[in-house]
Ligand binder design. Structure first.
Ligand code: MTE
Ligand code: MO
Length: 416
């Protein structure tokens, strides 16, 4: 893929001199030249096939081939999107059923086609760079430039709507109800975007190309602020209901269905043994979540024989001498974006100047690193944590792990 080849060239050409970080005594001693790709080993945009995959289904939709794929509506030509209102009512709970002036169904051939979506996109299209992260898996899954049509624009095609409080979406699944994977947003979240905020959108491009089948193509929902389970892959059905209760599939497993991406740092895995005398490079990625990211910090401790395991909320961890990690520089966008992408057209970038509104990007991820020098032989444990823009160190302020895995990331290694 073009962007990755260019990115690779850029990375191998660049070297970074380390050694001046204030308040970072471990790094002050670093004298070596460490290639930038070692410090920041992650691409800014993840190639579609390199995302970590989280998919239900047996067989998984992307394993279908040929005629089965067409029958499943998973090619651009065969793809259809149904939009229906839900007749649901319940005595004493939901008094009136939802209704919309125009339903879009397969039965009467009115369902949306791929070309209808592209047409809406030519007038109202949006682009956004988003980190995908599973609520139940610490490490981010990847980051993409997603492109599509705001859900509000699609729903306006339904004309007058009544008694709608939640908007649900489902992907392709076989007929076993256990395989249904659905998520939802509130009516307001679907229809309105506050200033500076981001719309939910129906996406049909990833990193400048059609969304691959493995990444949920031809069409996938993208909920910018949310964990992956809201971003339904193989989207084929939207239903509008007056049932205000959040019946996302993920809620059934004790997950918080309204979680936003948490600000948190995740250490990369790596060697467990280093030779004394060589600088040790520790890397990771941080998510710039709901509360924003102020900084990433690390704490290194020597593990004495019999050292006890430390809980995230123990005084030892809270009062430890945490030090700042280095954050990856903002990239030169033309080097990492698909050819000829105008940053002025990407949400989160200034419409006039094309500058990013923030670095790291909102709901994006950023590489961080530190370099450890002159460690004496022994066992060590390193932790990394974020501090958000309200001054809360990870895992605060929201430490309930079922609203997103943000326990403090820890790695052990030996210096010999
Ligand atoms: N239709 C459908 N959409 C889905 C899923 C699924 O199993 N089926 N998994 C969800 C979950 S839990 C996550 S974390 C993300 C993962 O996205 P990825 O596989 O592109 O990394 O997709 C979401 N969308
Ligand atoms: Mo997930």
């Amino acid at each position: 893929m073009k962007i990755n080849r260019r990115e690779a060239l850029r990375k191998t050409a660049a070297v970074v001199t380390v050694g001046s970080a204030v308040g970072n005594p471990v790094n002050v001693q670093a004298r070596g030249m460490v290639p930038k790709e070692k410090l920041c080993p992650h691409d800014v945009l993840t190639e579609a096939s390199s995302f970590y995959d989280v998919s239900r289904g047996n067989p998984k939709p992307y394993s279908l081939k040929g005629q089965q794929l067409i029958a499943a509506g998973l090619t651009q030509d065969s793809w259809r999107l149904e939009i229906k209102s839900d007749p649901f009512i319940e005595e004493g709970i939901v008094k009136e059923p939802a209704s919309i002036a125009q339903q879009f169904t397969k039965a009467d051939h009115s369902a949306f086609k791929f070309e209808n979506l592209i047409e809406l996109g030519s007038k109202h299209g949006v682009k956004f760079i988003k980190a995908m992260q599973c609520l139940n898996i610490p490490q981010p899954l990847g980051q993409g430039l997603w492109e599509g049509v705001p859900l509000s624009v699609v729903l306006r095609e339904c004309g007058v709507m009544k008694n709608i409080r939640r908007v649900y979406f489902r992907g392709f699944h076989n007929n076993d109800p256990k395989q249904i994977f659905q998520s939802s947003v509130s009516y307001t979240q679907a229809m309105e975007t506050p200033p500076g905020e981001l719309p939910v959108f129906v996406a049909y491009r990833l990193n400048g190309m059609p969304i691959s089948l493995t990444r949920g193509g031809p069409v996938r929902m993208i909920v910018p602020w949310a964990h992956g389970f809201k971003s339904i892959k193989w989207l084929q059905e939207i239903f509008l209901t007056n049932d205000y209760r959040i019946n996302d599939t993920y809620a059934l497993n004790n997950n918080d269905p309204e979680s936003h991406l948490k600000t948190s740092a995740y250490l990369d895995k790596g060697a467990t043994e280093f030779k004394t005398g060589n600088p040790i490079v520790i890397t990771g990625q941080a998510i710039n979540g709901y509360s924003g990211l102020d900084r990433v910090e690390y704490w290194l401790r020597k593990l004495m024989p019999g050292a006890k395991r430390l809980e995230d909320n123990s005084p030892e961890v809270k009062n430890a001498p945490w030090r700042k990690c280095e954050l990856a520089d903002e990239p030169k966008w033309p080097d990492v974006l698909p050819e000829a992408t105008d940053t002025r057209t990407i949400l989160g970038f200034d419409k006039d100047t094309g500058q990013a509104n923030s670095w790291p990007l909102r709901y994006g991820m950023i590489s961080f690193y530190t370099i450890l020098e002159d460690l004496k032989p022994g066992r060590y444990e390193i932790r990394a944590r974020t501090v958000d823009e309200n001054g809360f160190p990870q895992p605060e302020p929201r430490n309930i792990q079922k609203s997103g895995k943000n326990e403090i990331s820890t790695r052990r290694f030996t210096v010999i």
